[in-house]
Design a protein. Structure first.
Lengths: 318, 318
């Protein structure tokens, strides 16, 4: 099969052996996949990754239980052992023996086929288009924030970063009825939220405020935490979605002095995300800025790194 | 009066005008004061401080309401407005107009006299010695951890850093019955805890573990957070007591991937600390490694920076 491979910091498109499902796994024929900030980080050395990336995708079951063959599916990315203390304690996303689709120890979806555990798969409601379904994984990550903190209408909430993930998180937060502001650097992406009547601000126009009950850092940059620490009130909460490939200098003194809570936040509930897509609660369609074939993966990675692009899709099956 | 002054990164001992209490304030004649890591940070530029430092002290009321004159007192360090939204919301330690004794906008206790708000003062139980009472402020900061997280006997807890604050935090944590280990660099301070039957480990001997439910960073060093991130389990909590004068490079990716909660922690409940001292729940006496007169303040700051010294006391009244 044709596949995208990250090797020594380079993007290659080449023939790779077709993957073979083991017991409890499915073979999925990939239809469409999405590029995410983590994919860009992998290219720059994050998680010391080498292999086929890609963890946002929609596909059709090619081999597996008869009732699933031919079905459209998305899949959760943490492939877990089911037996370790994390799994036993209900925290299987933190399985100590896990592999992660396209991120750690397991080939991803930027390929004609991939293999995933059956239990990771969710069939897609008919009303959700293929392209919308590609957003299930990042949208689930956005919903995870609402599982970690209880949002109330009287709360001041800021979402910092209006890229791929921030645009989803801002839409999810807005539905709680809280007093929300989305803060970014790019007037174009802020404009997308303005049109949804979500209040926005340019980060360059921020004063030292410190009145936010909750700040969600979706910048993907070490500067995001600095901005969040300026925005959050004493005893407030920062939810951190940003992972970076490098150490970054940060002064955490305000976190201690203001007794701020910093919550790391990662993967989230696929069922909520699919439900929201089926109900069209969240607009994902206008986030797609380019569609490219698998053969143009190198160009796709380049475009995804540009601020004016939001979601780049790889159309694996044309 | 004679006073210690930090000016342009230097320690001076010189005559300063006697402070004059305003309405709602007391004049306190300082008996003994303690040096803390924050004092050392102030000398190195933290909080851009200039003036008389010192916020751990015991003294006698020299001027104030008749019922208080002559009484031995300690004082909470946050001097608050009582009217701002933080004060109104029950978070007066985070008053937006606060001054902080010996740290921010208000002269401290390394002097013959200082002025503090009456409402900040606590009289000292007769059974608590002057020297023990000096530990009220840092011991309250240690108890703050137990207000922020609910410790349970089955929990794995690590205290990282066995200096002035870590030795108090470890003793407070140990009383919860949790499975505690105190981790430090200095065999001498670890020995103090060994003798109290608290399990200890050298940081150099640590493996990558990741099984602690709670880790408290009391190192006063940016390395403390790195160690804490190695120790904490997925979805565990790090309580951060460390404030530093400088930005430090840190990779917060494990915090996000493992969905760790990082809690900033500062000042704590004086009543609990005084109660613990009166009951002799916590040993503070063996933490005093040197007593010096006010005139030797420069030497006191030098000694306090050395790893083999724990608490240095300034005996203001001999």
């Amino acid at each position: 099969m044709r596949a995208v491979v990250i090797e020594h910091g380079r993007i290659l498109v080449r023939d790779e052996p077709d993957p073979v499902p083991e017991k409890g796994e499915l073979l999925v024929r990939v239809q469409t996949a999405g590029l995410c900030g983590t994919d860009l980080q992998l290219l720059h050395g994050y998680a010391e990754f080498s292999g086929i990336p890609g963890h946002e995708f929609v596909g059709t079951v090619a081999k597996g239980p008869a009732e699933l063959v031919g079905k459209r599916v998305v899949a959760e990315i943490n492939c877990v052992c089911g037996r370790c203390e994390m799994c036993a304690g209900g925290l299987s996303n933190h399985c100590i023996r896990r592999t992660v689709v396209g991120i750690s120890g397991r080939a991803g979806a930027f390929a004609e086929y991939l293999v995933v555990p059956i239990r990771n798969c969710h069939t897609i409601p008919e009303t959700v288009s293929d392209e919308d379904a590609v957003f299930t994984e990042p949208l689930a990550a956005a919903y995870q924030v609402t599982r970690q903190i209880k949002l109330e209408p009287r709360m001041n909430v800021a979402v910092v970063g209006t890229g791929r993930l921030g645009l989803l998180v801002a839409q999810v937060m807005a539905r709680s009825g809280c007093a929300l502001v989305a803060i970014g650097r790019n007037p174009k992406t802020l404009g997308l939220l303005d049109r949804k009547r979500i209040r926005t601000a340019l980060v360059s126009e921020l004063r030292q405020v410190g009145d936010c009950d909750v700040v969600v850092d979706c910048t993907g940059s070490p500067d995001g935490l600095k901005t969040a620490l300026r925005l959050v009130r004493p005893r407030g909460t920062i939810v951190m979605k940003t992972t970076c490939a490098a150490d970054a200098p940060v002064d955490l003194t305000p976190l201690v002095v203001n007794e701020v809570t910093l919550l790391g936040s990662r993967c989230g509930p696929f069922d909520e995300a699919l439900g929201a897509l089926a109900r069209r609660d969240i607009d994902v369609g206008s986030l797609v800025t380019r569609r490219l074939p698998l053969s143009a993966a190198a160009e796709a990675f380049e475009l995804a790194a540009q601020p004016d692009h939001i979601k780049i899709l790889l159309k694996v099956r044309q």
